[in-house]
Write a protein that binds this ligand. Structure first.
Ligand code: SAM
Length: 329
C-alpha cells in the first residue's frame, strides 16, 4: 500500500521526500496531526493538509460536492464521460503520467482525481473548500495521493515543483482567472505540461447562457436554500422542460428561459437524470464567481508566460489550453 498523509508511518521516507519536493520551507517535519514547515505548523485533519479552513466564497461548491459526492465518478455512473473528456481535452496519454509529480488544482468531488491517481502519477490534489474531503474519501486509503485544502491564488508550493499541472472546471470560479493561470504556471517546471479549461466568452447568444440573467438573483440566495428550492422544483419542471426542449429549433431557446440542465438526450436513467439536473442547475446558478474568458485572452495568458508550444481551442467546457513550458524561459 502506498502512503498518504492519512495512513503514513511518520518515518515514511518516500512520503517525506515527496513533501520536500513540493514545499520550499525547511526544516520539514511530518507529525500525526500537523506538518511543520519552517516555523509554520500546518494542521492535518481527516488526512488533509489545511493551508486554509472553511469554505469561504466556495460555500456553494462545498455543499454541491458533499451532496453529489459520487454522481460524476465513471465507475459509479457506469459511463466513461470523465475519462473521455480528460483524454479529449488534455490530449495527454494516461501512461505518460506514471511516476510524474502531478498537481490537480480545484479537485471538487474528485471525478478527475480518481483517473489521475489510477494513472500511477504521484498526485497532489487540492481544493479551496471542504470539497477536498469528498475527493479524498472517494479515492480512499492507499491511493498515494496527497490532499490539501488551499487557494490557487495563494499556493504554498515550491516554484517549478510539478511535472504537470491540471486544472479543469475551476478558473472561471476564481475571482481572477488570469492571476490563477499565472499562479499555476509558477509551480510548473520548465519542460512540464499544463492543461487548463475555462468557460468561453464569445459574445454569441446561446440558450445555456440564460443562467447569466438569473445569477444576479440566485447568487444572493443562501446555497442551502437554493438547493432545497431546486430539489423541490426540478422534479416537477423536468417533464415539461423535456417536452419544450424537444420542439424543433425553437425548443432550445424556449427551454432556456427557465434554467434547467436537462440530460434527456443521454442514456442516463430517469432518477439519475433528475439528480444531474438538480446538480448542474445548482452548479450554474450558485457559485459566487462565473467569469468566462475569450479564446484570445487565454492565448494571451500563454504568450505572456513565455509559452511557444501551446494550443488554445474550443473544448467541451469552453476554452481549453494545453501547453509545454519552455525549457529556456
Ligand atoms: C465546478 S467545480 C470543478 C471540480 C473538478 N475540477 C471537476 O471538474 O469536477 C470547481 C471547484 O473549484 C474550486 N475552487 C474555486 N476557487 C478555487 C480556488 N481559488 N482555489 C482552489 N479551488 C478553487 C471549488 O471549490 C470547486 O470545488
Amino acid at each position: 500500500m502506498t502512503s498518504t498523509i492519512s495512513n503514513c508511518e511518520i518515518g515514511d521516507l518516500r512520503l517525506v521526500d515527496r513533501l520536500r519536493r513540493i514545499f520550499p520551507d525547511s526544516p520539514l517535519r511530518l507529525g500525526v496531526d500537523c506538518l511543520r514547515l519552517g516555523d509554520r505548523s500546518i494542521p492535518i485533519t481527516n488526512g488533509i493538509l489545511r493551508f486554509r479552513t472553511g469554505d469561504g466564497y466556495n460555500a456553494s461548491f462545498a455543499r454541491q460536492w458533499h451532496k453529489f459526492a459520487r454522481e460524476q465518478i465513471d465507475a459509479v455512473n457506469g459511463t466513461s464521460l470523465t475519462r473521455d473528456r480528460f483524454l479529449r481535452e488534455t490530449e495527454w496519454r494516461l501512461e505518460d503520467l506514471r511516476g510524474e509529480l502531478v498537481l490537480e488544482a480545484g479537485c471538487g468531488a474528485g471525478r478527475f482525481t480518481t483517473l489521475l491517481a489510477e494513472s500511477g502519477a504521484e498526485l497532489v490534489s487540492f481544493d479551496y473548500s471542504t470539497a477536498v474531503d469528498v475527493a479524498a474519501a472517494n479515492l480512499g486509503e492507499g491511493s498515494g495521493a496527497i490532499f490539501l485544502q488551499a487557494d490557487i491564488l495563494d499556493m504554498p508550493f515550491r516554484a517549478g515543483a510539478f511535472d504537470r499541472v491540471f486544472c479543469h472546471g475551476v478558473l472561471q470560479h476564481t475571482p481572477d482567472p488570469a492571476a490563477a493561470f499565472r499562479a499555476l504556471d509558477r509551480v510548473l517546471r520548465p519542460g512540464g505540461r499544463i492543461s487548463v479549461d475555462v468557460y468561453l466568452k464569445d459574445g454569441k447568444i446561446q440558450p445555456w447562457k440564460a443562467k447569466y440573467l438569473w445569477r444576479p438573483l440566485t447568487t444572493r440566495i443562501e446555497p442551502e436554500r437554493l438547493l432545497a428550492f431546486l430539489e423541490w422544483f426540478i422534479p416537477k419542471w423536468l417533464p415539461l422542460d423535456t417536452a419544450i426542449k424537444r420542439i424543433p429549433f425553437f425548443g432550445r431557446y424556449l427551454g432556456a428561459i427557465v434554467p434547467c440542465f436537462n440530460y434527456f438526450y443521454t442514456d442516463l436513467g430517469r432518477a439519475e437524470r433528475r439528480r444531474w439536473a438538480i446538480m448542474d442547475t445548482f452548479d450554474a446558478l450558485a457559485p459566487a464567481y462565473d467569469i468566462p474568458v475569450t479564446l484570445d485572452a487565454v492565448r494571451g495568458w500563454f504568450r505572456a508566460a513565455g509559452y511557444r508550444d501551446f494550443i488554445v481551442r474550443e473544448g467541451g467546457n469552453g476554452v481549453v489550453g494545453n501547453g509545454r513550458k519552455p525549457l529556456d524561459p
